[in-house]
Write a protein that binds this ligand. Structure first.
Ligand SMILES: [Fe+2]
Length: 212
């Protein structure tokens, strides 16, 4: 959806961020409908806030910018929270879904190259998930061309630059408490059982195209 915004006095066209529908996930084994619907609402909230922040930034007074407090400064500090809160959730919902596939071909080889075995890769990712109340990402690192796991706090703290996210696990309590209480390891069992490798392989294939 296009909208007109004023940026420092000038009118510019901006694209509003739009919420995607992930209702196809309802019925997924190990994820209750109630939990998923609440999770979709949270994601929608981040997307709405992102649009609100961008709109307010277009007219916010730059002359009051200040480390302690200022409207422009505060909006900039929270912009990344809303942006990552929106697009990390999309990565996560997209890489969930019924699948019988295990990683194949180039992705499987890269995981074995950088983690030793697929079992070692999963063990590492589970350990990362137990280490953060935020997110775990499997990324392609453009610096060393290897696959890495990185953990994020909140939505925006801890991600190194030069990364292409391939797989995301939401480790916030809202992603599992309703169904599993504090048994996060059981939530991870459900996550790995429903990991859609097709999507992860597609993301990695796009990386490989750039490397050629
Ligand atoms: Fe979430």
């Amino acid at each position: 959806m296009q909208r007109m915004l004023k940026n420092q006095g000038k009118e510019v066209i901006n694209m509003a961020h739009t919420v995607k529908n992930f209702d196809r996930l309802i019925g997924l084994d190990g994820f209750s409908e109630k939990l998923l619907k609440q999770h979709f609402s949270l994601y929608q909230g981040y997307c709405n806030k992102l649009n609100e922040i961008e709109e307010k930034l277009s007219t916010a007074d730059r002359t009051t910018a200040n480390y302690s407090f200022g409207e422009f400064s505060e909006l900039k500090r929270r912009e990344t929270v809303a942006f990552n809160g929106t697009y990390l959730h999309e990565l996560y919902f997209e890489n969930l879904g019924p699948t019988l596939l295990t990683p194949d071909g180039a992705l499987s080889e890269a995981l074995k190259r950088d983690f030793g075995t697929l079992q070692a890769w999963e063990k590492d990712m589970r350990a990362c998930a137990l280490s953060t109340p935020g997110w775990v990402l499997l990324t392609h690192n453009w610096v060393d061309s290897k696959l890495h796991h990185y953990i994020l706090y909140e939505h925006h703290i801890g991600l190194p630059v030069h990364q292409k996210p391939l797989l995301a696990i939401d480790c916030w309590e809202h992603a599992f408490m309703l169904d599993y209480g504090t048994a996060k390891a059981e939530y991870l069992n459900a996550f790995f059982k429903n990991l859609n490798w097709n999507v992860v392989e597609d993301r990695f294939a796009r990386v490989l195209k750039h490397l050629k």
